[in-house]
Design a protein around this ligand. Structure first.
Ligand code: F3S
Length: 649
């Protein structure tokens, strides 16, 4: 049978034969995992508790790339713990200074045809190499490292037909912003976007990364580009051509949906505050004074991205009211830019530099001023994402960001450059400087390795199985599109607390609903009510763990974002959806709800809830597989895996 690329990648990883029908639960063998410092401590604490001597994946990598600020013991404690635990259990460690996880992974370690599970929502970046690359929460990574298959409900496969080529000054960022404009942040839920057409051949691997990376903002399962001649050339330039394997769709294969984007028709776009799908053309967007421009992140962090920004800035200077900050994504890219003279050009234009790390895009290191406007090449612009709750974030391409830094207001490159054709001749290098000495190998025999556990590392809280009757109050009634940033705030202050759940839980919903924590604590047990797309955004499982820690037993929403829904299940919190969404209007915060015979109702996947305050019954559905039902009945994934390992003994 003729197959598209997604079907090929899925079929080659099936643990047992299955029909690839939309919604069918599939068991997939995981080849590679990745984690990063601000989410990973809980993942490895959970792995430690399984008493396994080694991870059971082909390749697992622990990246230290997100919070490198060392203002007290917290982040150094985390980093040293992660290094020692990696050495012991057979995990490579990418040390601070090597670069951002997704950049290092696609440049140095990703392999066409393999299945990567990443503890970060932008893991689809590696889809640019022809990998199946899916972002999940930390407990799913623990499970994969323990050798269990990953369970995936077969997504719909959307063919994205790219035609023609981009005009100079228009970039891959504009392709994904155009998709967000058309499809919205919910448009990719339950879907894989597979890119084909002549236009794909005109895009370099890093340009494909930009698009695949932000498929996460569409809510998609992942995005896949062909592993074609462009990928082979890229791997050759990285001195690892032997990792190449061709992955192409069979001609005449079928797709569930299809969209077409004419690259020639695109113009520079901008995602305006506070959602990535609030997209306008740069020309039509309001021209307010900008205080900060940031160029970098896993979305736009390639050699070509920085070189294009440097060409826009050539012989220009940064507006005196703008702070222009570059976050070069990896040591390799920095060295190449240095060798080719672009770092000095950027310095001469008046740019500042951060470490080769994530930082600014998750509110670490570079926050805008109060009520400030920051124009960024990142992937998210949620309220508070930058660390400043009343700032406005605009998402653009590197070319637009550089032009904006010169003008002091949003600007397209042609407003500051006489001739844009120079941008059309920017290509990735034929050869990259390769030095992997910050990729630390694990010990041959981990049994002798001692784990270093500083005071910032607190035990992982574990839930208990649900009781049969639940009577509790609604601790929060939230609206639509609640993000994981709303639940557990981003920024340096909070990310360094992620190894200490009791401390972090004090700040749950701190910007969204400042009285939530005191209410949840007073209630002991409680239920959260949400609108559509509850839990969108990052894969941060702390958003689920902190709520679980505060006694939240169930979330009732109109719909959930995929990763947050599994994180809730993984930590034993029941994610239900209103059978009739209008019932949302009949519940208020502080209402008392009662559920009888909960265990059987979980098994039935349909739960009747009695609103004692309003004297009214309503139904909610548990739209999950039998496997997830089993996990909920165990009280979460960790208890479930432990039971499975005991049974296997
Ligand atoms: Fe890092 Fe920002 Fe990407 S936090 S992984 S650069 S979304």
């Amino acid at each position: 049978m003729k197959q598209n690329m997604a079907q090929k990648l899925i079929t080659s990883h099936l643990c047992r034969p299955a029909d690839l029908i939309i919604g069918q639960e599939l068991l997939l063998k995981v080849d590679q995992t990745l984690t990063h410092d601000i989410n990973a401590v809980m993942t490895y604490l959970a792995f430690e508790s399984l008493d396994l001597p080694r991870v059971r994946t082909k390749l697992s990598v622990s990246y230290i790339d997100h919070n490198l600020l060392q203002i007290d013991n917290k982040t150094p404690d985390d980093h040293i713990y992660l290094q020692s635990v990696a050495k012991k259990f057979g995990v490579y460690l990418s040390k601070a200074g090597n670069g951002i996880c997704h950049t290092i992974h696609y440049t140095r370690l990703g392999k066409p045809g393999e299945f990567l599970l990443g503890g970060d929502s932008h893991t689809p970046s590696c889809g640019a190499l022809g990998m199946l690359a899916i972002g999940v929460g930390g407990m799913d990574i623990t499970t994969a490292m323990a050798g269990f298959p990953f369970r995936l409900e077969m997504p719909a496969i959307v063919k994205v037909n790219l035609e023609g080529n981009l005009n100079p000054g228009v970039s891959a960022k504009d392709v994904i912003l155009e998709m967000l404009r058309r499809l919205t942040v919910k448009g990719g839920i339950g879907k894989i976007f597979e890119f084909t057409g002549d236009g794909v051949k005109t895009l370099s691997v890093p340009e494909r990364v930009t698009i695949a990376n932000m498929s996460a903002e569409l809510g998609a399962t992942t995005a896949i580009f062909p592993a074609d001649e462009t990928v082979r050339e890229f791997l050759k330039a990285q001195k690892r051509e032997t990792d190449y394997k061709e992955i192409l769709p069979d001609s005449g294969c079928k797709y569930d949906e299809e969209i077409t984007i004419d690259l020639r028709a695109l113009v520079p776009l901008v995602a305006c505050p506070h959602l990535p799908d609030n997209v306008k053309t740069v020309r039509e967007a309001e021209k307010k004074p900008v205080q900060q421009v940031f160029i970098g992140s896993c979305t736009n962090g390639s050699y070509s991205d920085f070189k294009k920004a440097a060409l826009v800035l050539r012989e220009e200077k940064v507006d005196e009211n703008v702070s222009l900050v570059f976050g070069i994504t990896s040591r390799q890219i920095y060295l190449k830019l240095l060798e080719d003279g672009y770092i000095s050009e950027l310095l001469n234009a008046g740019a500042r530099f951060t470490e080769f790390a994530c930082g600014p895009c998750c509110g670490i290191g570079i926050a805008p001023p109060s009520k400030g406007i920051s124009v960024r090449t990142c992937n998210r612009n949620f309220k508070g994402r930058s660390g400043t709750s009343d700032a406005e974030l605009y998402l653009v391409s590197p070319e637009v960001a550089a032009a904006t830094a010169i003008k002091g207001t949003l600007a397209t490159p042609d407003e500051v450059m006489g001739d844009l054709s120079v941008l059309a001749y920017v290509h990735e290098p034929n050869e990259y400087p390769v030095n992997d000495n910050l990729l630390i190998p694990f010990a041959k025999d981990g049994s002798e390795v001692e784990i270093t556990r500083g005071p910032n590392i607190k035990p992982l809280p574990v839930n208990t199985p649900p009781s049969n009757n639940l009577t509790c109050k609604v601790s929060l009634k939230a609206g639509d599109n609640v993000s994981t940033d709303d639940i557990t705030p981003a920024s340096a202050e909070f990310s360094s607390m992620r190894s200490n759940i009791p401390a972090l839980a004090e700040f749950a919903f701190n910007r969204y609903a400042p009285d939530f924590v005191s209410r949840a604590k007073a209630y002991g047990q409680s239920i959260i009510v949400g609108g559509v797309n509850y839990g969108q955004g990052s894969s941060r499982e702390h958003a689920a763990i902190t709520c679980m820690f505060l006694g939240v037993k169930m979330v009732i929403a109109k719909s959930f974002a995929r990763i947050h829904k599994s994180n809730l299940i993984n930590h034993g919190v029941i994610p239900t959806v209103f059978e009739d969404p209008s019932d949302y209007d009949f519940i208020d915060q502080e209402d008392e709800l009662n559920i009888e015979n909960l265990l059987q109702q979980i098994k039935n996947k349909k739960i009747t809830i009695n609103n004692l305050t309003k004297r009214r019954n309503f139904a909610v559905n548990l739209d999950i597989s039998d496997y997830y039902v089993d996990i909920l009945l165990h009280g979460g994934l960790l208890l479930f895996i432990k039971a499975q390992l005991r049974e296997g003994e």
